[in-house]
Write a protein that binds this ligand. Structure first.
Ligand SMILES: [Mg+2]
Length: 409
C-alpha cells in the first residue's frame, strides 16, 4: 500500500520569530546569528539571498554583501519555546509524527484518506499553525519522506506542494542533484565531475554505476532519485534520551570525586550528542545514596549540544541535589528531549573560533577515539575514567541522514 507522508518546515524560522516580535522587520532584509566580529549567520531572510547571503557564512561577509540588513543576535530560548508550541499543535492533529529538527516535522497520514482527505487535513493543519503561532510554514505531501521534503523545498516560501502517487520520478527528474537530501558538497562535486548535474541523469543510469562510484550511498542515492524511499517516521515520543551512570565500587563521601564524575559524564554525553547531530533541551542528574534512596532533578534548557552550556547546568543540578550527609552509591547524568540539529542553534553565543574548536576536538576524538578503557583522550581538563560509555560512533543509528540546515530553511 502506498504511504502518505507529510513534511512540514517553518520558513526562515529564526527570522520569522524575530519578525513576530518586531513587525517593523517584515519584508526587510534580516540576518540572525552571532553579532560579534567573528559571528556566523544562523538564518537569513529571503530578501538577503539575492545578495548571495546564506546561513553558515561569516556575519562580517554577510554585512558586506547586504549592508542594509538588520542584524539580530538570536535567542535559542525563544526559538526552542516556539518550536515546542508548534510541536504540540501537530501532535494534537496527527496520529504519528517525527520532530526532525527544531523547525521541521514529518507525519504519517497513511490510511487517513479513508476518512478524510490527507491533502485537506495537511492544508488545515498548516492554516492552524500559521494562525496560532503567527509563523509561516510550508509543507510537502507525497508517498515518502524524501519526496515530501523536496516538495516542501520547492513550495517555499509560505506555500505547499503535493506530489501524486506515480508522479515522484517525473517530479524529481528536472532538479539539480543537490536538492536530494543526503547530497552534500562532496557528493555533488564527484557527480558534477562525472557530468551528472540533474536527477534525470541518475534515473537513467544503472544503479551499479552509481554504486561503483559512491559505494553503499550510491544505491541509496539512486533509490532516492527514483522516488523509492521506505524510511519510516520515527515517533517523537520514542526518541531516546542518552544517559550514563556509575556505581562506585565502594560508597563514597568524596564530593570532589563525585563532581569530577558528573562533569566527565556530561562532557562525554555532549560529545555523543554532537556526533549524532542531536540537541538536548532537558538535563537531569541522579544520586543514589547508600540507603538506596534515589533522587533526581531535571532542568529544561534551550536546545544545545555545547559543552560550555551543558557542563555548568549539570554541575549546578548536582550541587542542588546533593544535600544529604550520607555516603553515595551511584551518580548519573541524562540528556533527554532530543531533536536533530547541529551547532547552528548555539551560534548566537558562540564565535566562529569556539565552533571550530568543538569541530576540531570532535574530529580528533573521532580519529583517535578513546584510550584502552574507552575514555575520550580529549577533555576540558577532566581525567577521570568513565567506563561503560557507549563507544565512539553515532549512538543514534537508524536515523535518516541529516541535511545541513542551510540548504533547507
Ligand atoms: Mg525551516
Amino acid at each position: 500500500m502506498d504511504r502518505t507522508i507529510l513534511h512540514m518546515d517553518l520558513d526562515t524560522f529564526f527570522v520569522s520569530v524575530e519578525r513576530k516580535h518586531n513587525a517593523s522587520l517584515k519584508d526587510k532584509p534580516v540576518l540572525v546569528g552571532g553579532t560579534g566580529d567573528r559571528g556566523v549567520v544562523a538564518a537569513c531572510s529571503y530578501e538577503t539571498r539575492r545578495f548571495g547571503v546564506h546561513s553558515g557564512m561569516s556575519m562580517k561577509m554577510a554585512r558586506v554583501l547586504c549592508p542594509e540588513a538588520t542584524v539580530i543576535r538570536g535567542d535559542a530560548g525563544t526559538y526552542s519555546q516556539e518550536s515546542k508550541v508548534i510541536s504540540e499543535i501537530i501532535q494534537e492533529a496527527v496520529p504519528v509524527f517525527e520532530k526532525a529538527s527544531i523547525d521541521e516535522f514529518y507525519a504519517d497520514l497513511t490510511g487517513m484518506d479513508k476518512f478524510y482527505s490527507s491533502y485537506k487535513m495537511a492544508t488545515e493543519l498548516r492554516a492552524k499553525i500559521k494562525n496560532e503561532s503567527g509563523l509561516p510554514i510550508s509543507f510537502g505531501l507525497s508517498t515518502s519522506k524524501v519526496v515530501s521534503k523536496v516538495a516542501t523545498g520547492e513550495a517555499k516560501p509560505d506555500n505547499h506542494r503535493q506530489v501524486g502517487v506515480g508522479e515522484e520520478k517525473s517530479f524529481l527528474a528536472p532538479m539539480l542533484i543537490r536538492k536530494i537530501p543526503m547530497v552534500g558538497d562532496k557528493t555533488d562535486k564527484i557527480l558534477y565531475n562525472m557530468g551528472v548535474k540533474y536527477v534525470r541523469t541518475i534515473q537513467d543510469m544503472p544503479v551499479e554505476m552509481l554504486t561503483e562510484v559512491l559505494g553503499k550511498n550510491g544505491t541509496l542515492l539512486w533509490n532516492r532519485a527514483n522516488g523509492f524511499d521506505n524510511s519510516p517516521i520515527i515517533p517523537f515520543h520514542e526518541r531516546k534520551s542518552i544517559s550514563n551512570e556509575r556505581t562506585f565500587g565502594k560508597d563514597t563521601g568524596d564530593v570532589k570525586r563525585m563532581r569530577e564524575m558528573i562533569r566527565a559524564m556530561a562532557e562525554n554525553l555532549a560529545y555523543q550528542l554532537r556526533n549524532g547531530n542531536k540537541l538536548t533541551s532537558c538535563v537531569s542528574v541522579k544520586i543514589r545514596y547508600s540507603d538506596f534512596n534515589t533522587f533526581s532533578r531535571q532542568l529544561k534548557i534551550p536546545y544545545t549540544s555545547a559543552d560550555h552550556m551543558l557542563i555548568p547546568q549539570t554541575e549546578r543540578l548536582f550541587e542542588q541535589l546533593y544535600n544529604r550527609r550520607m555516603m553515595v552509591r551511584l551518580v548519573g547524568v541524562s540528556f533527554s528531549d532530543l531533536v536533530t540539529g547541529n551547532y547552528q542553534i548555539n551560534l548566537f553565543d558562540d564565535t566562529a573560533e569556539l565552533m571550530n574548536l568543538y569541530q576540531a576536538m570532535d574530529h580528533i576524538r573521532n580519529k583517535y577515539g578513546t584510550d584502552k578503557r574507552g575514555n575520550s583522550i580529549l577533555s576540558w581538563g577532566t581525567t577521570i575514567d568513565i567506563p561503560n560509555i557507549a563507544s565512539i560512533g553515532n549512538p543514534f543509528n537508524g536515523e535518516p541522514p541529516v541535511v545541513p540546515a542551510h540548504r533547507n530553511t
